[in-house]
Design a protein around this ligand. Structure first.
Ligand SMILES: C[S@@+](CC[C@H](N)C(=O)[O-])C[C@H]1O[C@@H](n2cnc3c(N)ncnc32)[C@H](O)[C@@H]1O
Length: 277
């Protein structure tokens, strides 16, 4: 089997499985197996796959055709400048969350050694990115899931940022670390229970329910952050696609000032921020 034949076989199986982008996913999987980037595949069309590669390719394609998220199948996922390990212990970090990190970095510009708190860190994507891209930032990253924190710990160990990110296992409903923080960021679970069944199988059946189901975490973070932010410091929240104005109203009601909504790259109102009075 050549790379070209493998791509065709994979594309067919993924299409039969109902994967929305079978060609692109086939390229990711075949590229991963033969150790080439997607852009390099056209010139490697005639390269034969070894027996082991073929077996691995079929195993990964079968998993993806079963609608396991591509990130879990590949075992790693790009987020800003990082290649993060991802698996069923935490949410696959999303492109819209990269916009959340951009906004945090803009707000931290000019603050030389900010103390940052990431609530619901999952894979560690936000916390590790902020430490990676702001040379003076010290980040505390909290999650109630021991599994997610174990994955974040592996991602942190693979970075050179060990000394600047602290991982804490705690439920945000109990208490947030004391601070004071120069910025609190969170991408909380925000899918309402009534929408869970309508989600793509990749999310509904594979990602941790505790990472996606809205159980009031947005409101809880907005309340609790008031007790740990420095006066004038921002809270930055990712929101559901149709919830930004509701979350903005909540922040204003709680007394946050300068409440602002920022759109993601898809033009959707996604990030809501406000400053502790
Ligand atoms: C949407 S995921 C975000 C993961 C990661 N920050 C990202 O953006 O990819 C939400 C995270 O919040 C955590 N979480 C949910 N409820 C929580 C709570 N009450 N206290 C602390 N963490 C919680 C989940 O375990 C999950 O890892």
């Amino acid at each position: 089997v050549t790379v070209e034949e493998a791509l065709r076989e994979a594309e067919t199986l993924l299409g039969d499985g109902g994967v929305a982008t079978p060609r692109v996913d086939a390229e990711w999987i075949v590229g991963h197996v033969v150790g080439l980037r997607r852009a390099e595949l056209p010139v490697a069309r005639a390269r034969p796959l070894g027996g082991h590669e073929r077996e691995q390719m079929r195993e990964l394609v079968a998993r993806r055709a079963g609608r396991e998220p591509l990130g879990y199948v590949l075992g790693e996922w790009g987020f800003r400048r990082l290649a993060l390990k991802v698996d069923g212990r935490a949410l696959v970090p999303r492109p819209e969350t990269e916009a959340l990190v951009s906004r945090c970095l803009e707000l931290l510009r000019g603050v030389t050694e900010p103390e940052v708190l990431d609530v619901g860190t999952g894979s560690g994507a936000i916390a590790i990115s902020i430490a990676d891209e702001h040379p003076g930032a010290r980040v505390t990253a909290l999650d109630s899931s021991a599994d997610a924190l174990a994955l974040a710990r592996e991602n942190l160990a693979a970075s050179s940022l060990n000394g600047r990110v602290k991982l804490v296992e705690a439920d945000l409903a109990d208490a947030l670390p004391a601070g004071p923080f120069d910025l609190v960021v969170s991408n909380p679970p925000y899918v309402p229970a009534v929408e869970i069944e309508e989600l793509a199988p990749e999310v509904r059946d594979w990602e941790p329910r505790a990472a996606i189901l809205d159980a009031g975490q947005t409101e809880a973070v907005a309340h609790a952050a008031l007790g740990v932010l420095r006066a004038g410091a921002p809270l930055v929240l990712e929101t559901h696609w149709d919830a930004a104005s509701r979350v903005a109203a909540l922040l204003a009601e709680l007394g946050y000032s300068g409440v602002t909504i920022t759109r993601d790259l898809g033009g959707i109102e996604r990030v809501v921020e406000g400053r502790r009075p």
